[in-house]
Design a protein around this ligand. Sequence first.
Ligand code: ZN
Length: 52
Amino acid sequence: MERCALCGSESETLLWAVHKEKGGMWVCVNCWKKLYEKNELVSGSGESGCGC
Ligand SMILES: [Zn+2]
């Protein structure tokens, strides 16, 4: 079980987000959407990770 790098909650579904300032990190769907809506993600990131 991975943890969201932002809110710290455990989630079975984490997305790989590349933050413009903080770099790449695994975040939950909610945090990914927040970053996306704030336009803080590097364009081109956001493909779902498989965790393998
Ligand atoms: Zn989160």
